[in-house]
Design a protein around this ligand. Structure first.
Ligand code: ZN
Length: 683
């Protein structure tokens, strides 16, 4: 709900995240989205269209918020692991001052390791959470350190030999501080997590501390633990708040300084309150101030420039209390927001014309309102790896009383879409050139529209029969898969409807055909790349995609609506009749809506188990074999744009956006300009 990642969305339905090394197409006015490729990572770039049309006041506001965001970058590094800042300073120093040979396999392995650490904001993998091990030899570390500037290395009074000896197990021993967050069953998840949210306390002590705290304060609503480290000091367990004068104080003072410059430029009262309460929160550590800031933020739907800044998501903490630092500065994408609004405005038409039983239609449907933003800059937990959608705030009581904002990161999605639409996987798995070319041309718009309709009319449609309980009770473990299938089917059914041309959101039905090509290619084949041989499908979205694709394939067999073709020993799925396929999507939508409306557990279970779980193992093996030479990166992230203030004297006269191309260069630039913290604990 809170954070939508590339792998877990409707958009993800269309993607198997395929990318090739060295493809250097420079579309879209010459902008090259691809920047770097190493280990399991593809680094992309994104543009900020519309920034130049902001007023000087709005640009300056964005600039101050961008600076505030970067000022807290060190916090996230330290939150993830207590030695991360020492390691980073070491890597930065070697990269900038090493006087030995800067070539050969050891050096190359060092550079790849450094890039991986920068990408992950620390030595643990950004997604898998396990320690990433260097592939250069252990003794090469001393070579690197000995020929680098000793004055810049964080030696902490040690000789370079002693420092290397202390650092070696931290980098190379997989057993020491193995995972930044450990969610395994049967272990103490607090003690076994290497993150810096806790010091010297056990999971039981954490639970007892917060049970007592909620009782003592008499206010169970506050997000206790969100903004502090919990530490045992001299036998006493205390919170060390992240605030001015507290832990991370030097970085937070910088953040506050920039936020204070931003306040007078706020676009309206709600935004002003958002920033003022955020400043008060950073100054005092008072969680009630953060809640006030969130309430003002939710109510601000008018501002052109927007920001998320603070300790926000709690996934990095095994107890789901402590917030990771992040900042996302953005501007509203009026055009894309209009596209969503155009669909949302027709929500009743879509409901009335849906192929579901009349009894299951909503009489008064309101599309979910959502906005699309253009990201200007991300920091901390949201960079370089980024969500594609954000739904905040997280405090449950604020969501219930004041609502939440659902935001799609439009230019980030566009960058993904561009790369996806030209993926070599389309060439490999697409039946013919007509399919490949159509995906290239219309794949990005198809992905956008699919996501919009999935979210805005898909989940919002249909009614449950009177007396039938909510689906988590009736359909139990199958509820999630069936709900995602229902939302996908609404999108699939309408993406080939001339209505979308009529309301001006797409120019041709070829967009719908491209959506069908990609959906079946993924649901029947390419998504199998993500699971290992011998395994079945577990994840709800993957199950839903195979369920839909497999069902329409089987039901269309008598008329060969979709055909399985083998050519040169390779499997393809060819769509022979797009209109009939649309009819099949409609039939399945009608059935799944019936299952939901009636709470028909047995029918829901049968659909998921028969079509969504079991994997065609020979096909899976074939998919893996065909993917291997494509050199696909499973993870993607971004280089951030750079905002530059043009000044006359002290006065800002303009703000320009630059688009750096060098990932490592940007990391070193940040290290130089925004280093406000060091690791508390010496090696
Ligand atoms: Zn969904």
């Amino acid at each position: 709900m809170r954070r939508i990642l590339i792998l877990s969305t409707a958009l993800g339905a269309l993607l198997a995240l395929p990318l090739a090394r060295g493809e250097s197409a420079a579309p879209n006015g010459g902008f090259n989205y691809k920047a770097d490729r190493f280990a399991d990572i593809q680094v992309l770039r994104y543009q900020v269209p519309g920034f130049e049309n902001l007023s000087l006041r709005q640009k300056t506001l964005a600039y101050y918020l961008y600076q505030a965001g970067l000022s807290g970058r060190d916090i996230f590094w330290d939150q993830k692991y207590r030695h991360n800042l020492t390691v980073r300073k070491t890597l930065e120093t070697v990269l900038q001052t090493y006087g030995g040979h800067r070539s050969g396999s050891d050096w190359d392995a060092f550079v790849v390791y450094a890039k991986r650490v920068f990408f992950a904001n620390g030595i643990h993998h950004h997604y898998g959470s396990a320690k990433m091990l260097p592939t250069f030899p252990k003794d090469y570390l001393l070579t690197l350190l000995a020929k680098s500037d000793q004055k810049q290395l964080p030696l902490g009074g040690k000789s370079v030999q002693e420092f290397a000896a202390a650092l070696t197990p931290i980098l190379f021993d997989p057993a020491i501080d193995a995972k930044t967050v450990n969610l395994d069953a049967g272990v103490d998840n607090v003690k076994e997590s290497a993150n810096n949210f806790y010091r010297g306390v056990t999971a039981d002590e954490v639970a007892a501390f917060y049970a007592r705290k909620a009782k003592e304060t008499g206010n169970p609503r506050l997000s206790y633990g969100l903004n502090s480290q919990l530490a045992k000091i001299d036998g006493v367990i205390v919170e060390r708040p992240w605030k001015v004068g507290g832990m991370y104080g030097p970085a937070i003072e910088q953040i506050v300084g920039w936020l204070e410059k931003a306040v007078p430029l706020a676009e309206n009262d709600a935004q002003k309150k958002t920033l003022e309460h955020l400043i008060a929160y950073y100054r005092t550590g008072d969680l009630a101030e953060f809640d006030k800031s969130c309430i003002a933020w939710v109510s601000d739907t008018e501002s052109k420039v927007d920001v998320v800044n603070g300790f926000i998501e709690v996934y990095a903490d095994a107890t789901q209390k402590r917030g990771s630092y992040e900042s996302v500065v953005s501007l509203k994408d009026e055009v894309a927001t209009k596209r969503i609004a155009a669909i949302s405005a027709q929500a009743q038409w879509f409901e009335d014309h849906a192929p579901i039983l009349d009894a299951h239609k909503k009489k008064n449907v309101t599309g979910i309102s959502a906005k699309v933003i253009t990201v200007i800059g991300e920091v901390g937990d949201s960079a370089p790896s980024t969500p594609i959608g954000i739904n905040l705030p997280n405090a449950e009581w604020i969501r219930e009383q004041y609502g939440s904002k659902s935001v799609s990161l439009g230019n980030i999605v566009e960058s993904y879409n561009d790369v996806q639409s030209k993926s070599p996987a389309n060439e490999e798995f697409g039946y013919d050139q007509a399919v490949v070319q159509r995906l290239k041309k219309w794949g990005p718009l198809a992905a956008d529209l699919h996501t919009d309709m999935h979210e805005v009319i898909g989940h919002a449609s249909g009614v449950i029969n009177p007396g039938v309980g909510p689906t988590d009770q009736t359909l139990k473990a199958y509820a999630g898969t069936l709900e995602e299938a229902r939302a996908d089917l609404v999108a699939l059914y309408y993406i080939l409807d001339p209505k979308l041309i009529e309301i001006g959101v797409m120019p041709t039905l070829d967009v719908g055909k491209a959506a069908y090509d990609k959906y079946l290619m993924n649901g029947l084949m390419t998504q199998l790349f993500r699971i290992q041989p011998g395994h079945q499908l577990e994840e709800a979205h993957m199950r839903n995609r195979q369920l839909i694709s497999g069902w329409v394939f089987e039901k269309g067999q008598p008329e060969k609506v979709v055909e399985r073709v083998t050519r040169d020993g390779k499997t393809y799925f060819r769509i022979n009749d797009y209109e009939k396929l649309r009819g099949l999507f409609g039939q399945l939508l009608r059935e799944i809506q019936r299952i939901k409306s009636e709470g028909d557990y047995e029918a829901g279970k049968a659909l998921v188990e028969n079509y969504g779980v079991k994997v065609d193992q020979p096909l899976l093996t074939e998919v893996h074999r065909r993917y291997a030479p494509l050199d696909i990166a499973p993870y993607m992230g971004f280089i951030q744009p750079r905002l530059v203030a043009v000044k006359r004297g002290e006065k800002i006269t303009d703000v320009k956006v630059e688009y750096p191309k060098d990932f490592l260069g940007q990391m070193l630039e940040y290290g130089k300009n925004y280093s406000f913290l060091t690791s508390e604990e010496k090696l």
